[in-house]
Design a protein around this ligand. Structure first.
Ligand SMILES: CC(=O)SCCNC(=O)CCNC(=O)[C@H](O)C(C)(C)COP(=O)(O)OP(=O)(O)OC[C@H]1O[C@@H](n2cnc3c(N)ncnc32)[C@H](O)[C@@H]1OP(=O)(O)O
Ligand SMILES: CC(C)C(=O)C(=O)O
Length: 564
């Protein structure tokens, strides 16, 4: 790279528009959306789509709610011509959907383009010619007058060709290609000359599309350009003002949003930002940005994964895992503090509340995404994510101090493997540590009798494989079980905390689960967990698990031992 890049590259000159209005505007309704997936998107593919693939994509776009769809460049290829014929002849175009096709300003191409549309109820003929200085000088070797004459002549050819098919309702769209790099006064001069020929009216508007064919400046500059045109174009009340941002600087979405604030009525783009070079503006992101502001975008992305899979299949290009709203990882939190906040957000949420879950700008469920993918656990994760998954998928609502204790066990595992753990892995670790640990003491059965506020408990257990019957009394079943188990260990056993709940989901639905925090003498507290169809048995199992864990926890340095 150059040390002095100014010797090779020039900064884009700002637009002089001191009284710009767009910064004070907000978007309260969606623009008209136009999908150019089948044209601008298709022309940028390594292998352009077949007619069958295009038809499938077209039908999906219709189902999403698009009312204007650019289906191709019929004068360029037989496949594009055939698709247009198929759509018309086999009645694939619903009454409220209008197809659009693109052509250069060349008579033979215009004639063939219009011919492809014969029999359409309504159609948009989109003609373009480049207007920017580099294109005038390098590509066309002409001047402003020459470029303006191409636009005027092309418009007349479109008029003549469409007049041959009076049964179709024709809508004309003109694009001064590379508007983003064209002098504003000249862009207005060309567009005004075109609209003077076409003579649109408020009842029969034409579309003026102002493309950032190459994105050359910051989005505010594009907004200034659009506001300037919006305020200065002739016949503005007879024009649908459209924008077509490309993403060369990575800011097409911002450019489109600011352009709408600046007066654009319509936005052209592709799903997930496919298109030439860095792509067209991403219509999914634009629509869902509106949705998260409480504005109905008029497009349905309620099954976003299906839309993404369809687009990946048709384009043969992957959507990035971090792509806004649709990427595989965008509703996934790995880091501990994010997981903690998301878990609290879900826990405090009531049905009908305004959406306020930290870190998640949209409810994944609204896009057909499940909550399972929201939290994933690796070595960057904390107790929040781990306990979220245990609750969401296995119905285990583990108390806070147990979350801390168990997260150390998971952390040790992820540190060792260096890999993500699935919710099934986490549950397996939890089972191994708590629910299935039956050494050295394993539980078989209990009998209890109550008299005068005192419970007598007999426990059938095995210790190191040998059956034993233990007895104890207490003010309740837990106290009686503690008294029965106390002789097994050589430190005083005290219950510090006790939680239990019924399991509402997962394979153990209906079981009770009991979490008991115990202290043995002056040792650190330890949790025991038990699960059973009976609440009392779940508590006894939790106590025995606490004994086993404190004895097993192990050996070196452990102060707790089984009594001789
Ligand atoms: C920004 C965009 O995305 S614009 C759309 C671009 N998409 C495509 O080009 C895909 C489909 N295009 C094609 O398949 C071909 O370009 C075709 C079949 C339409 C035409 O092919 P060709 O006749 O070989 O011409 P080609 O596209 O190379 O253009 C070169 C000629 O057309 C002229 N031309 C290019 N664009 C235009 C235009 N919009 N209006 C008028 N003339 C044009 C050029 O000045 C050049 O003229 P020259 O031969 O006298 O120097
Ligand atoms: C034809 C025009 C609208 C185009 O695709 C562009 O300028 O990018």
């Amino acid at each position: 790279m150059l040390k002095q890049p100014h010797t090779k590259y020039r900064a884009f000159a700002p637009v002089v528009l001191r009284d710009r209005q767009w910064p004070n505007n907000t978007i309260t309704q969606p623009p008209v959306w136009m999908s150019t997936d089948l044209r601008d998107g298709n022309q940028a593919l390594i292998d352009p789509m077949s007619v069958a693939t295009k038809l499938k994509f077209f039908q999906a776009l219709v189902a999403m709610g698009f009312k204007e769809i650019e289906v191709g460049f019929p004068s360029a290829s037989q496949a594009d011509f055939d698709l247009v014929r198929l759509l018309i002849e086999d009645n694939h175009i619903p009454d409220d959907v209008t197809i659009e096709v693109l052509t250069q300003a060349r008579q033979e191409l215009i004639d063939r383009t219009v011919e492809s549309l014969a029999g359409a109820r309504r159609a948009i003929v989109h003609m373009y010619n480049p207007t920017a200085p580099d294109f005038r000088e390098i590509v066309y070797r002409t001047d402003q007058a020459g470029v303006k004459a191409i636009a005027e002549q092309g418009t007349r050819w479109v008029q003549q060709a469409t007049a041959r098919y009076p049964d179709t309702e024709w809508v004309y769209q003109y694009s001064p290609e590379v508007f983003s790099g064209t002098e504003l006064a000249f862009a207005k001069e060309v567009v005004d000359a075109v609209s003077a020929i076409w003579q649109p009216s408020p009842g029969h508007k034409m579309i003026v599309n102002l493309p950032a064919t190459v994105e050359m400046a910051t989005p505010n500059t594009y907004a200034d350009q659009i506001e300037w045109m919006h305020r200065n174009l002739e016949r503005r009340d007879s024009i649908v003002l459209s924008v077509h941002p490309h993403n060369d600087r990575g800011t097409a979405v911002a450019a489109a949003e600011l352009a709408v604030m600046a007066g654009a009525d319509r936005v052209e783009g592709c799903l997930f930002g496919n298109g030439e070079r860095t792509g067209n503006v991403d219509l999914v992101t634009l629509a869902l940005n509106l949705y998260t502001q409480g504005v109905d975008p008029g497009l349905d992305f309620g099954q976003i994964d299906q839309v993404r899979q369809l687009v990946e299949h048709c384009n043969q290009l992957p959507v990035h895992p971090r792509h806004p709203y649709a990427g595989e990882l965008v509703f996934t939190a790995f880091s501990g503090s994010h997981q903690d906040a998301i878990k609290k957000g879900f826990a405090q949420r009531q049905e009908g509340d305004v959406w306020r879950v930290p870190y998640l700008p949209v409810d994944p469920a609204d896009l057909g995404r499940s909550y399972e993918s929201v939290v994933r656990v690796n070595s960057q994760s904390g107790k929040g994510g781990i306990s979220f998954l245990l609750l969401q998928e296995f119905g285990l609502d583990i108390p806070r101090r147990l979350q801390i204790e168990f997260s150390r066990i998971v952390q040790a595992h992820t540190d060792k493997t260096g890999k993500e753990v699935t919710s099934a892995d986490i549950f397996a670790l939890f089972e191994r540590e708590y629910l299935q640990l039956s050494e050295p003491v394993s539980y078989h059965h209990n009998e209890q009798h109550s008299r005068d506020d005192e419970v007598s408990m007999a426990l059938e257990v095995s210790i190191a494989g040998k059956a034993q019957r233990l007895k104890g009394q207490g003010s309740g079943p837990v106290a009686a079980a503690v008294a029965a188990l106390q002789p097994l260990v050589d430190e005083p056993m005290v219950v510090i905390d006790y939680h239990e709940h019924a399991i509402s989901g997962g394979g153990a639905k209906g079981d009770a689960v009991s979490y008991i925090e115990l202290r043995f003498g002056s040792n650190d507290p330890v949790f025991g967990v038990g699960r059973d169809g009976s609440i009392v048995a779940a508590a006894i199992k939790a106590l025995i698990n606490g004994v086993n864990r404190s004895v097993a926890s192990a050996a070196p340095g452990s102060q707790v031992a089984l009594s001789a």
